[in-house]
Design a protein around this ligand. Structure first.
Ligand code: ACM
Length: 265
């Protein structure tokens, strides 16, 4: 059994220092093995120029991953968080998720499917969908809008992911929560959706984020669910091996019953 959870909060746009300290303060009191934070949770979401993105993004590994390494090492914790990444060589910016563990920085996933005006400021990810073995569980990362593309989840599930860690800034009311529940069921995997809440209003634009972070079991059951409009740290105990059983009836195994030769993908 392992303890997994999410921390839902409302980042302050542009104030990385305040956001990092808020996160650490919350996580200090958490007793968990794996925790997931929202997308772009160190910077906020609603960028209004490329200059802003360039200024607030940073290399990975870099200052933010080093900042969290102290916490993950001390608490023997695996942490997944969304942040703005700038590649030092190409200078391109990515909407990324990072995995930091008891031994420090482990991996980066760059969001493959950019949502709406993210396309103005970030480039689409180029990191293949990959599964990481944490010892107690095998996990994969997706960022927000990626959940709309079933192939992304399927690629991770077919590689043996037992848990999807999903930093998000969902804005379409109710949709992401429903979709991720279906993705968990159709792949028989656990899903940790860490969404943010609150409103950002900048440069004449306004976005409301839908909160309602959730943890879903392979059978679709909701193991935890946050409110839509307030801070929430929730942790549940799961057995990752439950995700290895793909049967939905005695005669139906969701992976063995696939017909890839008919899909023409
Ligand atoms: C989203 O991908 N942030 C909706």
């Amino acid at each position: 059994m392992i303890k997994v959870g999410f921390y839902q909060f409302c980042p302050v746009f542009g104030d990385k220092r305040a956001n990092l300290h808020k996160i650490v303060e919350a996580l200090e009191r958490a007793n968990a093995d794996l925790l997931v934070l929202p997308e772009l949770c160190t910077t906020g979401y609603l960028f209004t120029s490329q200059d802003e993105v360039n200024e607030l993004s940073e290399p990975i590994p870099g200052p933010t991953t080093r900042f969290f390494e102290n916490l993950t090492q001390r608490k023997n914790l695996w942490l997944v968080l969304g942040m703005a990444e700038r590649d030092e060589i190409s200078k391109k910016c990515y909407n990324s998720a990072v995995l930091i563990g008891p031994d420090g920085y482990r991996a980066t996933y760059r969001k493959a499917h950019l949502f709406f005006e993210e396309k103005l400021y970030f480039v689409p990810g180029d990191t293949p969908f990959r599964v990481y073995d944490l010892g107690a569980a095998r996990m994969g990362m997706l960022v927000c809008f990626d959940h709309f593309f079933p192939e992304a989840t399927r690629a991770l599930a077919l590689q043996g992911a037992q848990i999807i860690c999903h930093p998000s800034n969902l804005v379409l009311p109710g949709k992401g929560q429903q979709i991720t529940r279906v993705r968990a069921m159709e792949n028989r995997i656990f899903w940790i959706l860490a969404n943010r809440y609150g409103v950002e209003e900048r440069g004449g634009k306004k976005l409301s984020f839908t909160g309602a972070s959730q943890i879903v079991a392979p059978n679709g059951e909701l193991l935890a669910q946050a409110p839509s409009d307030s801070e929430s740290l929730q942790i549940v105990e799961i057995s990752p091996a439950e995700a290895n059983d793909k049967r939905v009836t005695a005669l139906n195994d969701l992976f063995a019953d696939r017909r890839p030769e008919m899909y023409n993908l």
